[in-house]
Write a protein that binds this ligand. Structure first.
Ligand code: NDP
Length: 336
């Protein structure tokens, strides 16, 4: 198998020398296991956290180990009664061309239902994060204003479109003119560029009635701009903070934590972190049903950004942390 392994831990920004391409021997398949051929590898922001030694809600990748990641694979050989050669499965087999996996951790993907790559995006983990963050924390009431950044991404584009279906007025934030244009096509009521020098003013004008739900994907300057506009009883599902993932230390400046705590107190804000994983047993089947229906009736659209070849995964991943992707970032490891 050809694989990308963690060569060293980054200090601050992740760089090419932190990852290494190597050829690895695969173990023989044991009872209950399958041999997989990777077709698609998902690249996701959480992978930056796995490169650090510190534990987040999952343990880090060890130096010398294959980088972790969700994949869509074909079963080549099976020693499991549950799968046969030719089956397409959703796995977590990492940045490698082939893998031996326990069959109990695999989920079947039906190629007749949707393009199989969507199991990594709109019909998979990021789409589910959008769905569950809105259902459990955002709790849209029709007529409310929702703001989301990284809005053309896998999570953000689903957040904006689901909230619209639920009756919200939606404000999407993204980096650059072509992303902003696509947000308008998707039906966001307002689309803003966070790189614009007048972004703060544009946001003020876009939310005359304040913000009821801020779906937090990025942190940093966008959160700063949003913070002043939060209404009483606003909800902030804290899904991710991508602007901070490459930072080794806090930025200099005054300590604004007391101001944040006052706002939480006085405005009765709900600021709640979550990971989609905690909701798989309770919400995954409802998500699959609803999202499949929204895709088939055209109420939700999605965009994928494909990169060819496992050897190009590192550069593509570094680009994700800087907004170079446009849509769900996926490596086409082999033909389907
Ligand atoms: P995206 O496809 O949205 O890609 C990341 C995007 O983040 C970039 O394209 C860029 O968009 C934006 N971005 C990067 N740096 C900055 C910055 N400094 N300021 C503002 N925007 C920035 O990724 P995902 O949809 O996969 O993930 C979005 C967020 O959701 C991440 O924080 C991720 O960690 C989180 N997440 C959380 C899950 C959970 O269970 N809690 C599950 C899945 C994802 P642009 O060019 O528009 O700025």
């Amino acid at each position: 198998s050809r694989a990308v392994v963690l060569a060293s831990r980054p200090v601050g920004e992740a760089v090419r020398s932190n990852l290494r391409l190597e050829t690895r021997e695969l173990p023989a398949i044991g009872n209950g296991q399958v041999l997989l051929r990777t077709i698609y590898l998902s690249l996701d922001p959480y992978m930056r956290g796995r490169m650090n030694a510190s534990r987040s809600y999952a343990k880090p990748v060890e130096v010398g180990e294959v980088m972790e990641g969700g994949t869509v694979c074909e079963v080549l050989e099976s020693a499991s009664p549950s799968f046969s050669p030719g089956d397409i499965v959703l796995a977590h087999s990492g940045w490698q061309t082939h893998a031996v996996q326990d069959s109990e951790h695999l989920r079947r993907v039906d190629p007749a239902k949707a393009p199989i790559s969507t199991a990594l995006g709109v019909l998979g983990m990021p789409g589910f994060a959008a769905y569950v963050g809105l259902t459990e924390i955002g709790r849209v009431v029709a007529g409310e204003t929702l703001v989301v950044a990284a809005a053309t991404g896998a999570v953000g584009s689903a957040v904006g479109q689901i909230a619209k279906i639920q009756g919200a007025r939606t404000v999407g934030i993204a980096g650059g003119a072509s992303k902003v244009a696509w947000l308008r096509e998707l039906g966001f009521d307002v689309a803003l560029d966070h790189r614009s020098p007048t972004f703060k003013n544009e946001l003020s004008e876009a939310v005359p009635d304040g913000i009821d739900i801020y779906f937090e994907n990025v942190g940093g300057a966008v959160w700063d701009a949003v913070f002043d506009h939060l209404n009483d009883f606003a909800r902030v599902p804290v899904c991710g903070l991508i602007s901070q993932y490459n930072e080794a230390s806090a930025p200099p400046g005054p300590d604004r934590l007391p101001q944040l705590m006052s706002a939480i107190n006085i405005k009765r804000l709900v600021v709640r972190g979550f990971t989609q994983r905690d909701f798989i047993s309770t919400h995954y089947s409802a998500f699959q049903r609803d999202m499949a229906a929204w895709l088939s009736n055209g109420r939700i659209r999605y965009r994928e950004d494909f990169v060819d070849g496992i050897e190009n995964a590192p550069e593509a991943f570094f680009g994700l942390l800087k907004g170079k992707n446009f849509g769900k970032l996926i490596v086409r490891v082999a033909d389907d």
